[in-house]
Design a protein. Sequence first.
Length: 462
Amino acid sequence: MSIKTEADVLLDISEASTHKYSNKQLAKFLIPTLLGILLFLTPIFVDGRLTIMIALMIDFANDFTKPIMVHVAVAVTVLPAILSLIVKYSPLKNNDNAFIQVFNPTNAWLITRILGAIIMVMVYLQIGPEWIWHRNTGGVILFDIAPILIAIYFISAMLLPLLTEFGLMEFVGTFFNRTFQKLFGLPGTAAVDSIASWLSATSVGIILTTQQYKNGFYSSREACIIATNFSIVSIGYSYFLLKLIGLQDVFIPWYFSVAITGIICAIILPKLPPLSFKKHSYHTGTKAEVAPEVVEGPLFKQALNKAVYRAEKAESPLTLAKSSFLVAFDLAVSMYPAIMLVGALGLALVEFTSVFQILSLPLVPLFELLQLPEAEKASVALLAGVIDSIMPTILGASIESEVTRFVLAGVAVTQIVFLSEVALVLMRAGIGLKLVDILLIYVLRVLISLPILALFAHIFVG
């Protein structure tokens, strides 16, 4: 099989002006693209709830592997910590093999892996202080969160190239370039990323954005904006949160409110620090090469030109599968101990101390100003969301006011960032976000979301 030179590709693109694509060229763009749209971007109703195909695949995998996933979570946390110690202090650390380098983290991440592994064992065996392994602290991480992450990481990473490598983002981006640039300060190619990030699980969106950043298609600022404004929890998980708080009967108006609030946040936040301070620097040093502008005329012809050009440059499926697997493996090995460490300790603060009651006091007047009943209880539930997005709905379930519960469930979704998973994934992604940035973004999203969701709550359930 001959390898096309750059001149051959440019010749193919020049033929685009007269629509002289070969069937093979069109198929290489269309088949993966249509499959990616079906899996990631096509909402479907299943058992009366709105979801997408990739979410069904993840749910099926989780249901199938459920009996063993707690044990797998322990193994994924403990064994890599041991291997990391071995590699870090042996000649293996100088080996350039990408798989071996997964076990050669920085000193900070090595400490995180070791501490996370220790806490994981304590929770699994229920040894040591109860506040670590209690069902509402470390137990939440081990039994509720950890078992579902493996499927999310691997299934999404293996299938995401269907969206990113075969021209879909370039095709759609041609049509949305001006709109996304004006509204969000993003290139049009971010339209597909943003939609996929919104409809999929949070980690799926961040993985997608990270891959585009590392391939040179996004600058650091663009990746930070997308990851912190569009990587929302999935529609299915949103319904789950609403059901926890007892408002599933108003899902449609509630999710409409969440969507509008999220869009408003995405318009405002890129214009404020810390996102406005992020630089347009590229991981690869320069922006990735795009199709030459050789097509004039209708946008459709230009879009197809760029899409076919991108598909022509795509690596082989086997190469993409290998790199995607490595991304997912590195993410799992790094995130499991970090999630256990941060999540267990953070939830222990909520469950066994009065720290959050004290920190939430400044929110009480704001809740009262927005006419949200049970302000003190609601402010604690809201602030606990910084640990995990599930906390506002768990702590807010006993609140009698439907208006307040409507708002708490909405903020749990629109806040996007939380410490037990998303913040850690974002820092691990290396797109330019530090912990202080993430915490500030969390505060800004909550402050912007609260009044908007309160208005919708008074309209729909008040």
